[in-house]
Design a protein around this ligand. Structure first.
Ligand SMILES: NC(=O)c1ccc[n+]([C@@H]2O[C@H](COP(=O)([O-])OP(=O)(O)OC[C@H]3O[C@@H](n4cnc5c(N)ncnc54)[C@H](OP(=O)(O)O)[C@@H]3O)[C@@H](O)[C@H]2O)c1
Length: 326
């Protein structure tokens, strides 16, 4: 395959640049993609295509995604990589092994670095908002990690606009490093929260967005038009199927095929191209289980959308909260 040229974008008002297509390890690496040789093949293929941003979390496959991805990512010069991980979700039954307390943030960062085999993370995300920890405690922990050189930037994931504004105000008042990037779900089937609540705040605060599940976990590819193939994500994992699939969504994805056909491309490619061209998006974090998927998704870089198709996609996938499986 002729690899299309990669594009790089800053995270909002920030010097560091990330590839517009990036690769994450949720469900896949160390999970459904258990074969270490396949993980190596996929990460090398992505890196060779210009992907520099690789997204992980402590919770992915209970630490295994960081281990297996970290093992392969050591093949590449560290300065050419933007590596992220996340903290929040419980890692054991222990009362402190969860959330965004100073204790858990500091301990969890150390464990992620150990599993990945690197001295620092480029981005460290608060995987969700923690109602049980004062935001100043979390902000100071992140600021300290930056001063210690263990992380370079910090970010949030699935925070609301109001939570982001509160955090920015607090950091500004206390001269602390502010969150530089938010990681929301954003795809044709889940638009309203990002477009209406989060993006205006990111713009105002100079933050970037690196968006997750651009294919709604595979739903938008059309692979579930006629049931659930046993070797697919929805075929394998019931709770994701129940979360992301509905007959109404399936019908809209079936109708989406005509638009992709008119462009001479797959639905996956058109969905990713749409996400990558939406305002405020720094990077689209994709997920793959096999090389053909990665090739298909990388070719989204060659798809140019015109106003006509944008309008058609807006009609088919309106940004309304009731359409979203949040
Ligand atoms: N911050 C958060 O809370 C959060 C939450 C979720 C994800 N994320 C991040 O976002 C990344 C991407 O999420 P995601 O994996 O859900 O992304 P996605 O792109 O929406 O779905 C990826 C899955 O769809 C299928 N697929 C991908 N490309 C395909 C193609 N061209 N044709 C057919 N099937 C294809 C594959 O699953 P099968 O082959 O198994 O069917 C693949 O694993 C994660 O790895 C993670 O880094 C973050």
């Amino acid at each position: 395959m002729q690899t299309p040229e990669m594009e790089y974008r800053p995270l909002g008002r920030c010097g560091m640049q990330v590839s517009v297509l990036s690769l994450g390890g949720w469900i896949t690496f160390g999970g459904t993609v258990a074969d270490a040789q396949m993980v190596r093949r996929l990460l090398h293929k992505a890196f060779d295509a210009g992907v520099n941003f690789f997204d992980m979390a402590d919770a992915y496959a209970e630490g295994n995604a960081e281990r297996v991805m970290g093992q392969v990512l050591r093949d590449f010069p560290r300065h050419r990589l933007v590596l992220s991980s996340k903290v929040f979700f419980p890692m054991s039954d222990d009362v402190n092994d969860r959330g965004l307390s100073r204790k858990h943030v500091m301990e969890s960062a150390e464990k992620s670095l150990g599993r990945m085999g690197t001295d620092y993370l480029d981005i460290y995300f608060c995987h969700r908002f923690d109602e049980n920890t004062p935001i100043e405690e979390t902000a100071r922990a992140m600021d300290d990690l930056i001063h210690q050189g263990k992380i370079l930037y910090w970010g949030t994931s699935e925070w609301t606009g109001t939570q982001l504004v509160e955090m920015h105000d607090l950091c500004r008042e206390n001269n602390l490093y502010r969150p530089q990037v938010e990681q929301p779900q954003y795809n044709l089937l889940a638009r309203a929260k990002f477009e209406q609540d989060v993006r205006p705040v990111l713009d105002a605060q100079g933050m970037g967005a690196v968006i997750w599940s651009p294919l709604a976990a595979g739903m938008l590819t059309g692979k579930y038009d006629e049931g659930f193939p046993p070797d697919s994500r929805f075929g394998r994992i019931k709770w994701i199927r129940e979360w992301m699939y509905s007959e109404q969504r399936r019908d809209r994805v079936r109708a989406f095929k005509a638009h992709a056909d008119a462009f001479g491309c797959t639905r996956a490619r058109l969905a990713i191209a749409w996400a990558a061209r939406q305002p405020g998006v720094s990077s689209v974090i994709t997920g793959v289980t096999r090389p053909e998927q990665l090739e298909d998704n990388l070719r989204a870089l060659t798809v140019e959308l015109d106003d006509d198709v944008r309008r058609k996609l807006d009609d088919l996938f309106p940004a309304k909260a009731e359409n979203e499986n949040e």
